[in-house]
Design a binder for this molecule. Structure first.
Ligand code: AHR
Length: 530
């Protein structure tokens, strides 16, 4: 995504400060939806595709304080840690049931040399993180530390290989180091460095954003490089990762077209990725503010989820043409809101505040991913801690959970749940400043625990919405769950006030077999329907 090298060696990330006051008075020209009841119909007896738990995956890059300080403090730190990983942060992430972590980048991946990150930490080389702020990278977090993190989390490992400045040999040796069982020199080196059994490698990507920071390639050139490298990536049969080809960005679906057309030649891959960030102004050059925005920007940012869905549909149409047996996954392994950097922070650290709008944005994305669950088997929000649309923000030993964190927590029942069709009618349009979207957005799935889960979002920040929920093929006597909302569109959690945006209990009772739910303004409601 980054178009130019960011400024090197600037000041460190700023401390987080309380939100600017933000009025919720009606904006001039806002279209107020008619006060009708939105009808939501759920076909609980028509199971659809399963929502792969990795749709709720995370991304952790060597970028700013995303890893160092945010998660890794080292075993000698006064901040309580387990082998260097902060207890508070890992504990909070475990509560989210993080299913998968992508590492070490992003743009960082194509300048990362794995041998720099093994052996005694005091002897590891110090490099310059040229992509992100020009700060020293001491390689304290390397392969062993990363796998320790995912094992502590109970998550799957997604390692992004270095195609940009690496080689087929370097990637093939890294894979051997991670997965070899026998007594090869690399397996013995891994044992010498403290790990007897191979690491379980679930996913491996060949390069990142090959169209940009990964090497400014054309898809045709990348295809040839991919084929050459993939020839040499060998693992034991029981530890073969899914191989991921680096795909398109924003509305560029040509990568999906070119890569998926490689079905008939030697091109072993399991998925194509696609990156899509949203900006309040609709483009990389038109980033808005994370806080203190007007209602027009509330709507514009949220509404760009629709453009994202159009791209996903276009990618899927290409895949359905070139891969009708649906062998390939579409992995949306970088997504989220990208704002102007927090004032006073190092612009290369991508620090931004996180508000109720980000939680609502995340929920709208989840619903979209569910709608395409048969192809979208993985997504990774950018990024896990302190960077872009993070779950958690830290300042030295302090930690705060963001509204986005709470959205993820509320949607955990959807991991590995089976989708069921949802249809809406009498759904008013919310329109302002030339942008518009349906006011209510819904998704439903049968959880692994057998319960029917329904999630609803009301994007109107000024009006509540009433919803009548009818469930075909199952009864609906009550709904019990949680609601997330706040007084202000840009309400956030700060170190001084960490619980400003937090889920609260929610319940509704049925009458005449139909459930009536009231969705507060700018809210997310997730319930189990009984
Ligand atoms: O997530 C931040 C950056 O955005 C990643 O390093 C890169 O892949 C994308 O452009």
């Amino acid at each position: 995504m980054k178009k130019t090298l960011l400024a090197l060696g600037l000041a460190s990330a700023s401390a987080l400060t309380p939100a600017l006051a933000q009025s919720t008075a009606p904006a001039p020209g806002a279209m107020t939806p008619a006060a009708a009841t939105v009808q939501v119909s759920i076909a609980a007896d028509q199971p659809g595709p399963v929502i792969h738990r990795n749709v709720y995956g995370q991304f952790a890059e060597h970028l700013g304080t995303g890893i160092y300080e945010g998660m890794w403090v080292g075993p000698d730190s006064k901040i309580p840690n387990v082998r260097g990983w902060r207890k508070d942060v890992v504990g909070a992430l475990k509560a989210l049931k993080v299913p998968l972590v992508r590492w070490p980048g992003g743009c960082f991946a194509d300048e990362y040399h794995w041998r720099d990150g093994i052996g005694p930490r005091s002897k590891r080389p110090v490099k310059v993180n040229t992509n992100w702020g020009g700060v020293p990278e001491n390689n304290a977090v390397g392969t062993h530390e990363f796998f320790d993190l995912v094992e502590q989390l109970g998550a799957e490992a997604y390692v992004n290989g270095n195609l940009g400045t690496g080689s087929a040999q370097e990637m093939s040796e890294w894979i051997e180091y991670m997965t070899a069982e026998g007594n090869s020199t690399l397996a013995q080196l891994r044992r010498k460095n403290g790990r007897d059994k191979p690491f379980r490698l679930h996913y491996f990507a060949i390069g990142n954003e090959a169209w940009g920071c990964g090497g400014n390639m054309s898809p045709e050139y990348y295809v040839n490089l991919y084929r050459q490298v993939a020839t040499f990536l060998k693992t034991p049969e029981n530890n073969r990762p899914k191989f991921i080809a680096s795909g398109g960005n924003a509305d560029d679906t040509r990568w999906t077209e070119v890569l998926s057309a490689q079905q008939n030649v030697y091109f072993p891959f399991d998925a194509i990725n696609h990156h899509y960030y949203v900006f309040s102004g609709g483009a990389w050059e038109k980033k808005g503010h994370a806080v203190g925005f007007k209602e027009e920007e509330w709507l514009s940012l949220l509404s760009y989820t629709q453009e994202f869905e159009n791209v996903v549909k276009a990618d899927i149409a290409i895949l359905d043409k070139n891969d009708p047996k649906k062998k390939l996954g579409l992995y949306l392994d970088e997504w989220g809101a990208w704002y102007l950097p927090d004032p006073g922070s190092n612009p290369g650290f991508l620090v931004q505040r996180n508000t109720l709008r980000d939680a609502v944005l995340a929920a709208l994305h989840f619903h979209m991913f569910h709608r395409h669950a048969d192809r979208v088997h993985m997504t990774n929000i950018a990024q896990m801690v302190n960077v872009l649309q993070a779950m958690i923000q830290t300042d030295k030993d302090k930690m705060v959970l963001t509204p986005t964190y709470h959205a993820y927590a509320m949607y955990t029942p959807f991991q590995d749940a089976t989708t069921v069709p949802v249809s809406l009618s009498d759904n008013p349009t919310y329109a302002l400043g030339g942008r518009q979207m349906p006011t209510v957005n819904a998704t439903a799935a049968r959880g692994k625990d057998g319960k029917l889960y329904v999630a609803l979002v009301n994007v109107n920040p000024r009006e509540s919405e009433t919803v009548q929920l009818a469930v075909q093929g199952a009864g609906a006597s009550k709904a019990i769950g949680q609601v997330l909302s706040a007084d202000k569109m840009d309400a956030e959690n700060t170190f001084a006030a960490p619980d400003t945006v937090k889920p609260k209990p929610y319940q509704a009772q049925a009458s005449n077999g139909k459930l009536g739910l009231t969705l507060p303004p700018k809210s997310i409601v997730v319930v189990a329907v009984e």
